[in-house]
Design a protein around this ligand. Sequence first.
Ligand code: GAR
Length: 209
Amino acid sequence: MVRIAVLVSGGGTNLQALIDAQNRGEFKDGTIAAVISSSPDAFALERAKRAGIPGYVINRRDYASNQELTLVLTRQLRELDIGLVVLAGFMYILTSELIDAYPNAIINVHPALIPSFCGEGFYGLHVHEAALSYGVKVTGATVHFVSEDCDGGPIILQRAVPIQEGDTPEVLQCRVMEQAEWRILPEAVSLFCQSRLRVEGRIVHISPA
Ligand code: GAR
């Protein structure tokens, strides 16, 4: 059984999609064992509480750097015997200590089709603002393994979403979440827990069920 930790910073709608998938029995070989928030006020902690999942706060404000935060976080994940780390709207860039401790066992969801609109500075609504101002007609979401290259790790799943005339960043964000993120993140977690993902260089091979 893979013990999963979900790292959050805000509303936690992707966390909710994971909780819903778990409740539907989609994680046969995994269980959400912890929700860790970078902020004590994140609504995601309330979602964890309602689902009976232990919530923890590692407040970015208590640490001088992302590296200090990462060291404390890595220790906590080890203590909780975590086998898969899911970044679900986690807003800080984690340093190499965590990536070395969890090779190809950290998954991130990004609200665009990587390699477009990604990397440092591209998070949350900014991603959708960038897609709209560039004028692309299709965007989407990507779930990928986390490497030291920000948003540059091997891609597990992607799903495209059309842009419509008159879209605002907020409207587009909702469509990308509903049509892409909330579907492919639970699917990737389920595949990981079934040991169906094999990484070869940049390529993630998905084996049949
Ligand atoms: C999601 O759209 C997620 O893809 C994005 O933040 C939002 C969090 O929403 N993540 C990034 O931009 C990471 N670069 P949520 O808290 O409701 O899941």
